[in-house]
Ligand binder design. Sequence first.
Ligand code: SAM
Length: 295
Amino acid sequence: MEKLSNPQKTIEILQKYKFVFQKRYGQNFLIDPRVLEKIMNAAEIGPEDCVLEIGPGIGTMTQYLAERAARVVAVEIDGELIPILQETLADYKNVVLIQNDILKVDIKELAREYGNGRPLKVVANLPYYITTPIVMGLLEGGAPVANITVMVQKEVADRMQAGPGTKDYGALSLAVQYYAKPYIAANVPPNCFIPRPNVGSAVIRLTRHETPPVQAEDPALMFKLIRASFNQRRKTLVNSLNNSPELSCTKEEAAAALEHLGLPPAVRGEALTLEEFAGIANYLAAHGAGKEGDR
Ligand code: SAM
C-alpha cells in the first residue's frame, strides 16, 4: 500500500471512510514527509526499540515508526479511526493498536508488557489540548521512558526549553528540565497539517536525565515553591512564598533562605535557576519551614 504521508493519499482515505475531524480531540494530521523524517531523526529510533505513539490518527507517522522500531504501541482515543488504522497498518505486523484515552493508560504496565525489558521511546504529534498532562504524566509517572519526541504548540515548546530571566520561563520550564533535557528539533508551520491548526508547531525532544540535575531533598516542596513564585510572577519571591496557600513560610524564613544562598532580598522567582530553587527548598526543609500546616 502507498504510504500515507502526502495530502492526496490522506484525503483519499478520509473520503473513503467519510471521516469527520473532531476538534475536541485536537485532530490535525501530518501531511509532510520532510517533517516526518525530522521527527524520526530527532527520536533516534533503533531496530530494538519499543515506541509508544500517542494519537496515531490515520497512521501516517505509525507507518514511519513501524519501519524503524521493533514494535510500536499506538494508543488512539477516537473509535472512528480504528477501522482506518486497521487498513493503513495492515502490512505492519509489529504495531499494537489500543483504543483508549492515553491519560487512562497504565504506561508502566504497557512498558512491562511490550517493552521487552527496555525503556520506551515516546513519539507523537500530540493533541495540543492535553500536552501538559501527557508530558508531565510521562515524566513524573515513573514509567521507564528513555526519551519523548513530540510535536507541540510552538509556544509550549519555547516554554519547555526556556531559561531564567526570559519571558517564556516558568513552572513548566522548571518541571520539564528537572526530569529531562529539552531540545527543539524543528519548527513546523500550519500548512504541514490537515486541517491547518491556528497556531505554529514545533518538534521537541526531551531526553530523560538518569539522575536529576539538582539535589532537592523534598522535590514536592521545591515544586510548591516554584508554583508559588510563578503564580505571582511580578511579586518578589519573599512575598510570593509568604502569600502562597500551598506553603507556610514567613517572610523572615524566605529572606533567610535567600541570604543563605547569597541571593538579593528582592529577587523574583523568574530570575532563579532550578539549582537555586532546590537550594531554597533544602534550606527551608532543614529549618522546619515551608511545609503547609506547620503552624
Ligand atoms: N499522529 C497523527 C498524525 O500525525 O497525523 C495524528 C495527530 S493528531 C494531532 C492527535 C491525535 O491524538 C488524534 O488522532 C486524536 O484523535 C488523538 N487523541 C486525542 N486525544 C487523545 C487521548 N486522550 N488519548 C489518545 N489519543 C488521543
